[in-house]
Write a protein that binds this ligand. Structure first.
Ligand code: NAI
Length: 398
């Protein structure tokens, strides 16, 4: 029976899913662990589930020879040394899409609030000012929503926006199938035409300061900007100037170039104090539903790997799609991606008269992964031989 350790208060959906699929040896710890405490908790574990605060470094992985799979019950995976994990034959999984709906809903809500100037009126009311003026307050119906980055989140935002009567225009350097009334346009035209511009691009150097002073100047003075993607995508000083000089009507920002690492650190931003700006602490994807979805999505990947060797959507590992195990024995062979490994392995099966029913091989970088099905009981001597063969990192019988 596989031992599963779940750290950092992973959603009970995950535990329920694992139990439903026959995994009962589950150790739950409500917080992140480090150093000796972490190694003690993970001793003898086949699988570990973490969120963002447990760091699985090369050193930690080296000390856990039994560990077979790492599950990040979150989006990011930079708390895990992905290369070291692959070198130890450990696939790493996460939940990249479980919170897309949560982000999309927040964006639609912010679009409505900003066009109605609610943040500003709310701020004034808190200061005792009764501003009932309708000037500059608009419905979103018949307005144009410009989406920059028409991927998973951008596409959902577009569909929801149409349902409240908006016209959707988007820019994406990749060719994307437009949903509903959405139409692709060059970036400049999206910026010029949109009443609301919302950003859903990946972070990183390619999109750093994508929205700079020049591009902000292309937007209508009555337009608003929403960024729930990554902080580096907007030149925050340029945005601050555009808002202060009334060249833009408002903004909602969920992500920032510099975000506090914990609640104890102060949030510093030039945009603090601007009335028609919504500032939220990177909570676009933070909902109970998203956590529940993540629990289910990642637990399913865990079960599929432990019961069938499936690595589809692993972030660091050759991907083999799910095929339910319908034979007596399935052998997982994780090896260095070099010539001769499969030939040697198959020669061992042939020598014992074992007939291969199905075999799947996939490689990624320096790692190769083969799943072999045989409809016979595999003797332990064969497993010992396979596991000690040159270039084999790990092999396992299911
Ligand atoms: P995705 O990968 O599905 O979509 C990104 C899209 O951006 C792709 O269609 C891609 O072709 C496009 N793109 C790339 N470079 C571009 C450019 N220069 N201009 C325009 N489009 C470009 O990603 P997904 O899942 O929709 O996420 C979007 C962003 O939202 C990511 O940055 C992600 O990290 C962030 N995010 C933020 C959350 C929050 O809590 N605020 C939660 C979840 C995701």
């Amino acid at each position: 029976m596989s031992k599963i350790v779940l750290l950092e208060k992973i959603h009970q959906n995950a535990v329920a899913y694992l139990q439903e699929h026959g995994f009962s040896d589950i150790l739950e710890v409500a917080r992140a662990l480090h150093g000796k405490e972490l190694l003690d908790a993970l001793e003898g574990a086949d699988a570990v589930g973490i969120r963002s605060n447990t760091h699985l470094t090369a050193e930690v992985l080296q000390a856990l020879p039994r560990l077979k799979i790492i599950c990040c019950f979150c989006i990011g995976t930079n708390q895990v040394d992905l290369v070291a994990a692959a070198q130890h034959g450990i696939p790493v999984f996460n939940a990249p899409f479980s919170n897309t709906r949560s982000v999309a809903e927040l964006v639609i809500a912010e679009a409505i609030l900003l066009l109605r100037r609610v943040p500003e009126k709310n701020a004034k009311a808190h200061r005792g000012v009764w501003d009932k003026n309708a000037q500059g307050a608009f419905e979103v119906r018949n307005k144009t929503l410009g989406i920059i980055g028409y991927g998973n989140i951008g596409g959902q935002v577009g569909t929801m926006a149409e349902s409240v009567g908006m016209q959707v225009r988007y820019y994406d350097p990749e060719s994307k199938l437009p949903l509903g009334n959405a139409r692709p346009l060059p970036l400049q035209q999206v910026l010029e035409q949109a009443d609301i511009v919302t950003l859903h691009v990946p972070g990183g150097t390619a999109t750093h300061n994508l929205i700079n002073a020049e591009r902000l100047a292309m937007m209508k003075p009555s337009a608003v900007l929403i960024n729930a993607s990554r902080g580096g995508v907007v030149d925050i000083e340029a945005l601050d100037r555009a808002l202060s000089e009334r060249r833009l009507a408002g903004a909602a920002l969920d992500v920032f170039p510099k975000e506090p690492r914990s609640e104890k650190e102060e949030f510093v931003s030039p945009l603090r104090g601007q009335d028609n700006v919504i500032l939220t602490p990177h909570i676009g994807g933070s909902t109970e539903e998203a956590q529940a979805n993540i629990g289910h999505e990642v637990a399913e990947k865990l079960v599929r790997f432990l019961t069938a060797g499936t690595t589809r959507s692993a972030v660091n590992f050759p991907e083999i799609a799910h095929q339910a195990k319908e034979v007596k024995s399935r052998i997982l062979n994780i090896h260095k991606n070099e010539p001769g490994v499969i030939a040697r392995m198959n020669a061992e099966y042939a020598a014992l008269g074992l007939n291969i029913v199905a075999q799947h091989l996939q490689t990624k970088g320096t790692i190769g992964y083969a799943i072999t099905d045989v409809d016979e009981v595999v003797p332990p001597e064969l497993m010992a031989k396979l596991c000690s063969a040159p270039a084999v990192i790990r092999c396992q019988l299911i």
